[in-house]
Write a protein that binds this ligand. Sequence first.
Ligand code: PDD
Length: 297
Amino acid sequence: MNFFDDALDDQLIVHLNGEFLPLPAARISPLDRGFVFADGVYEVIPAYGGRLLRLQEHLQRLDNSLSGIRMDNPLPHHAWQEMLMELLRRNGNGDQSVYLQVTRGPAFPREHAFPAHPRPTVFAMCTPIRESDPALREAGVPVISHPDIRWDRCDLKTVSLLPAVLMKQLAKDRGAFETLLIRQGLVLEGAASNVFAVLDGVLTTPPKGPFLLPGITRDLVLELAAEHGFPAQERDIPLERLLSADEVWITSSTRAIVPVTRVDEQSIASGRPGPVFAQFHDWYQARLAALRTGEKQ
Ligand code: PDD
């Protein structure tokens, strides 16, 4: 049985354990602990014009995720860089997001505790980045909120994504774009994004900690605020306060900054994307333009 669309996937070159292969030729063991236990971590790194955005920061976060699940990084940073650039090259460069995954590899018999001599699986692929939709920027998106059903190491980017899968599907079922996750009345992040609010003119995002992923886009947005002298703070945001914000946005590597105009059926301010979003969108695009020309990483 073939699960893939051959016409497309023959052209997609992926990396698996040191080899570059067409997707249909890439095979892993059904006993891989990534498959059996979701015992692994991942990263998603956007590349524009064939250049990886914030590669060092992504590799640093990969190290943190690996050490959080007690694994050594199977590759040094320079080897990751070479491999990912070669992967992009083999897939035509341009604007692509790179997905990479490291698992604790295949092991028999099935046993929860780590194998004595793990043989990690290293996988990477790239996917074209869709142009950001101008309609989405002009209208903004609705989101919903839901109690956070995840564990207390949300700072690790692990492939144990079932809670995020369920939360994203819930959003989709309700015609929303994302689900904001709430703990003790505080908005932490989206199922696959970080959250920002403009509160009395101050750009605000929840502080880093065990209950949210330290997003690379989040840090870049804070850096843009500092660079341009825009007031910003890392502070807890109660859901109640979010609802009365001037603006709300979500951020992620694949979608950049997305304005949120409704939360749980309630309009945010005028119900339209705000001027602070428009300003940061422009600054972000300027940063990507500088990346394309090699001026900034
Ligand atoms: N998700 N929080 C969560 C839970 C995420 O899964 C993501 C990204 C983010 C944003 O992080 P960054 O800016 O580094 O992309 C925050 C990726 C895109 C995914 O799982 O596909």
